[in-house]
Structure formats: C-alpha cells, structure tokens
Design a protein around this ligand. Structure first.
Ligand code: ADP
Ligand code: MG
Length: 206
C-alpha cells in the first residue's frame, strides 16, 4: 500500500546549553501553526525541572509525555499524530533506533534532540545510530564559559564517574575543545609529533 505521508527523521545535537530544547520547541511550535498533530516525549528519568514538560535553560517549556522506555513511545502513539518530538533522546535504550525508524515508516516526522557526547566526550548511548539514520542532522554549539568561543563539550564540575548525573548549571558547563578537561589523571599530555606517529604506528601494527 502506498504511504499517505512521507516520514522523516531529524536530529538536533550538541553539548549542554547549546539550545537543543529551544530548537525542538521552535520546530514543534511551527508544526502546530501548520495544524499538525504533535506528541512530545521525554525520558521519565529526566526530572530536572518538571516531570511532564520539556524545559529549556532559558525557561521555555512545553507539555511532554514522560516515558520509561523507547517502546512506550510507540505504545502511546495516536493515529492522528503527524509529528513526534523526543527530547533528551540520548537517555533511551538502543531500541529507540528501531522505534524512530518505525515512526518515520508510518509517515511521522520525528524530531529528536539529544547530547551527542557524554561528559567524557564519548558518543552518548544510541546517538551514533540515530545520527546515521537521520535524514537531517543539526549540530549546534553553546558558548564556552571560559573564553566565549564555540562550546562543543559538556564539562562536568563534580568528580562523579556515572555516565548519567542529572544536574544543571551547578553540575556542568559548556566548554570549547581547548577549555575542556577530563581530569588530571585521564588527561593526555600533548606528545611531540614524532612520538605521536611512533606510538600510532606501534598501535596499528598490533
Ligand atoms: P540544551 O537543551 O541544549 O541543554 P537549552 O535549549 O535548554 O539547551 O538552553 C539554551 C539556552 O541556555 C540559551 O538560549 C541560553 O539562554 C542559555 N545558556 C546558559 N548558559 C549558556 C552557554 N554557556 N551557552 C549558550 N547558552 C547558554
Ligand atoms: Mg535540553
């Protein structure tokens, strides 16, 4: 059977404070102006500001349905829904990739917002897969709290080693590559180029 609507997958990613939630809200508002039915979801574990809203750092907010797992999004989907927006999507399990794919196959426009990297600057959960299956990727920056240039990373201010540590301006800061530090122990000193090449050759030959 021919599909009536063509679905799509959009991913908005970047570090904390980069405006992912603002951008998600902006896109949802425009869809509502176009009189398209929208459902907004967020992981129930993200209780930072409100349990049933997505809230930006600039205090913009919109009602959202908290869900425990990715499959719950499909379970709660209404037949009339044309646009599905999912905030903090990095917190979902790997099944989110097939859920998003199914939504798009059903003709939904899926707007995903999430952290591309965790506090260790490693790809966050299902984000690599989501970025790969997306039709459109928007990577946005925050402002580095040290120098004011493009911030691409989230600096954790506490010593906790949990990948997930809910917190706000007191727990994280947006930083550029240069002003981001993992911690004293894990931080790699910059090697002389010849030494860097020697080590790389050694590692590749194993
Ligand atoms: P995200 O969802 O990516 O964490 P939000 O949409 O919640 O971002 O918030 C973006 C807003 O955060 C900005 O419009 C600005 O008002 C505020 N903000 C606070 N600190 C910063 C920063 N270091 N860089 C950019 N925006 C910041
Ligand atoms: Mg956000």
């Amino acid at each position: 059977m021919m599909q009536q609507f063509s679905g799509s997958v959009e991913v908005v990613c970047g570090p904390m404070f980069s405006g992912k939630t603002e951008e998600l809200i902006r896109r949802v508002k425009r869809a509502q102006i176009a009189k398209q039915r929208v459902q907004i979801f967020k992981p129930a574990m993200d209780t930072r500001y409100a349990e049933e809203e997505v809230v930006s750092h600039s205090s913009q907010a919109m009602k959202a349905e908290p869900v425990d797992g990715s499959v719950d999004i499909l379970m709660r989907l209404k037949d009339s829904t044309r646009v599905v927006a999912i905030d903090e999507i990095q917190f979902f399990d790997d099944k989110i990739v097939s859920v998003v794919t199914k939504l798009a196959a059903r003709g939904c426009r899926v707007i995903c917002a999430g952290l591309d990297l965790d506090y260790r600057a490693q790809p966050f959960g299902p984000m690599p897969q989501l970025l790969a299956i997306a039709d459109e990727v928007t990577k946005i920056h925050a402002v580095c709290t040290v120098c004011g240039s493009h911030a691409v990373r989230s600096q954790r201010l506490s010593k906790s080693k949990e990948q997930v540590l809910l917190g706000e301006a007191d727990a994280y800061e947006a930083r550029c590559r240069g002003h981001y530090q993992l911690d004293e122990v894990e931080e790699q000193a910059l090697l002389p180029l010849e030494e860097e090449k020697r080590r790389a050759t050694e590692q590749l030959s194993h």
